[in-house]
Design a protein around this ligand. Sequence first.
Ligand code: G1P
Length: 306
Amino acid sequence: MTTTNSRIPVTKAVVPAAGLGTRFLPATKATPKEMLPVVDKPAIQYVVEEAAAAGLSDILMVTGRNKRALEDHFDRAYELEELLARKGDEDRLRRVRESVDLANMHYVRQGDPKGLGHAVSVAEQHVAGQPFAVLLGDDLIDPRDPLLARMIEVQQELGGSVVALMEVDPSQIHLYGCAAVKPNGFGEDVFQVTDLVEKPDTADAPSNYAVIGRYVLDPSVFDVLRETKPGRGGEIQLTDALRELTTRSPETGGQVHGVLFKGRRYDTGDRADYLRAIVRLASEREDLGPEFRSWLREFVASELQD
Ligand code: G1P
């Protein structure tokens, strides 16, 4: 079960970041949703850190209008750095510089926002025929539960493309791409994906395996995306292109594998989940955690009394 691309290492990551963030208006009126802080770091920095931790040093962000703050965040901020240096504030200086050295950042604009599949397709030239990772900014994966490195390992061994799967309550499957799977003998956490459907109704869902926002894709996905018609919501769906790849032979870059993720994932695209992510991450922080946890305990106790 190998393909022509299985020995080309994965070095590039694509991060679609052109969405309008309407769920967070008015916060996202003039600020990209990717820049909303999760504790004290913008959400997008966690994603770039995750890619870098998995060895992906070349990151292409697919952006749109009003996204200049993203480029600035991963660039030097000379005036600020000089000010902090003059004050001798080494700690803040380190934190300001942290985002700059994570990876080699590249940017391309999506133009018309025609869906996730379209966003991925504009990365074709940059990716240049190699297998590559896609990380969706709304999903934060806890760094203590590495997922991407395992997906890359599976892609390198089996070829084809790899999606991340998570079991969800059937009532939630309409929020996700959904995969039908069968065992493929590669390990307890790895399956062959036999079908994919974007945001099915619970009654039509082939399983409760939800596709979460991490992918390692064979470059043949670009040929398929060119032919993919608008699907759910009138958008060009990555899920539809991957469905086509499940039917193709390994020799032509086909086959899709699923890695089952059982770790901690935070969905920062939803307001309630975004708040949960902040509370969980803040209470686990060494610097903020002790004080925050004791406040939280008192707060919860007083809420329970009312
Ligand atoms: C996208 C994909 C969907 C996937 C989800 C993961 O949907 O289209 O298949 O399950 O990301 O977060 P979105 O949440 O962008 O609507």
